[in-house]
Design a protein around this ligand. Structure first.
Ligand SMILES: *Cc1c(COP(=O)(O)O)cnc(C)c1O
Length: 425
């Protein structure tokens, strides 16, 4: 059993909501930093361990800055994500640029920042050379195909569009070597939201064995291998968080077994964890405004799947608590729904909760706390149905709450329509 926590009592949360109307995301800086430190601590035995935080999970430069200060880099996959990393003060090899179907201007920006470029395909070697030239260090993304089982969210590797096959990988290193590249790295990403430690250790083993083969066949000592992201978090109460030390110790065991005898003992290991870094330390706060009884019981809230689409998109479970009623018995069964004209705009279905008061009944309406929304939450939002995405708040380590992204306005929505030179007809 895992426990769901939230850093503010109801009174303090209501006070925040007076200054910043719901819905909004709230992130807990102290908890994020403590978590980053636990990760760094667990991997302290490896040479030059580094986690490149996956920017797509929480693309906010203030958060990236907090993580950079804790020692993390950034994993970017687009031009704007590179700009976010730059804004957070990151540059050089603190940035990993893992993209696919990459346009030239994105490689140019990555090169300008000195980011480590991770190539997704064999043909990108020439493309990169022709556009920005080959950097001194090149990483390649491996797709193990049927050698590795995927999991439900990411799918099977052999159906995945990412990465090079095994044969292509060897060819690509060779070609890069011939073109004068001298520093190499290896990357893969085969899982998403995976809580099984042994699964991640298996991935490490696969990459370590490959690193040995690369050394034997091509004489290349890889500088580091990068396991990508994909470490899960326990969204449901019956699951436990993954134990970082257990994972790091397991990886160290295969590292010592495979790499050390092959003379690769100095090889670095890196990760691109996003979800597990910020996921549990971000919450979507929304107010209950309507109640409806038809064939089911509904609670309508002021957020929608435009703010958090994981439940609608994947049927993902997000735990919900009611501020001030955390310890009350669940006696009602509700669907908690947003206002989008899509029937999958439901934060929860048949969820057992304490009785909820809504604004339409005359009071303020309860504040609902939607848990584990700190990664792949606000980031996946969209404007369908003219929905304006909510803002983001950061609970600073000193207890202050600051806005780190304002909510969207109607002017933002019209900004791509009202521009200089638009034709009026
Ligand atoms: C999405 C992604 C990540 C982050 O995954 P998490 O599940 O958030 O840890 C890392 N690397 C790449 C290449 C990705 O696409």
């Amino acid at each position: 059993m895992s426990q769901k926590t939230f850093p503010l009592q109801k009174g303090a949360l209501e006070e925040v909501a007076r200054e910043f109307p719901t819905p909004f995301y709230l992130y807990d800086e102290a908890a994020i930093v403590a978590n980053a430190n636990r990760i760094i601590e667990a991997f302290a035995d490896f040479p030059a361990y580094l986690n490149y935080f996956a920017v797509k999970a929480l693309p906010n430069p203030y958060i990236l800055k907090v993580l950079a200060k804790a020692g993390f880099g950034a994993d970017c996959s687009s031009y704007p994500e590179l700009l976010l990393a730059q804004r957070a003060g990151l540059s050089g090899e603190k940035i990993m640029f893992t993209s696919n179907e990459t346009p030239a201007f994105e490689y140019e920006k990555a090169e300008e920042l000195g980011a480590i470029i991770n190539l997704d395909d064999f043909t990108h070697i020439d493309y990169l050379e022709q556009t920005v030239g080959l950097p001194s260090l090149v990483s390649l993304r491996y797709n193990p195909g049927s050698l590795k089982q995927g999991n439900a969210i990411i799918g099977e590797p052999h159906k995945s569009k990412y990465g090079l096959t095994r044969d292509q990988l060897f060819e690509a290193y060779k070609r890069l070597q011939e073109k004068g590249v001298r520093r190499f790295a290896l990357h893969t990403m085969v899982a998403s939201n995976e809580l099984d430690v042994s699964y991640h250790i298996e991935t490490a083993k696969l990459l370590f064995e490959l690193a040995v083969e690369v050394k034997e066949k091509l004489g290349i000592a890889l500088e580091f291998v990068n396991f990508g992201g994909g470490v899960g978090i326990p969204y449901t109460l019956d699951k436990e968080p993954l134990d970082y030390s257990e994972l790091a110790n397991g990886i160290k065991r295969v590292y010592d077994e495979i790499l050390t005898p092959a003379g690769l003992a100095g090889m670095g290991i890196r990760t691109e964890w996003g979800r597990v870094v910020t996921g549990p330390y971000g919450w979507l706060i929304t107010r209950a405004i309507h109640k409806k009884h038809t064939y089911r019981e509904y609670v309508g809230v002021d957020a929608s799947m435009a703010d958090l689409m994981r439940p609608g998109m994947y049927g993902a479970y997000h735990h919900i608590t009611v501020a001030g009623k955390e310890n009350d018995e669940g006696t009602q069964t509700y669907d908690v729904v947003g206002s989008l004209c899509e029937n999958n705009d439901k934060f929860a279905e048949d969820r057992v909760l304490p009785p909820i008061s809504v604004a339409a009944e005359g009071g303020a309406g309860d504040l609902l706390v939607i848990h584990d929304a700190g990664a792949h939450g606000r980031a996946m939002g969209f404007n369908y149905n003219g929905k304006l995405r909510c803002g983001e708040l950061l609970l600073r380590a000193n207890g202050e709450v600051v806005q780190i992204r304002r909510p969207e306005t109607v002017a933002d929505y019209f900004a791509t329509l009202d521009f200089a030179g638009v034709k009026d007809f």
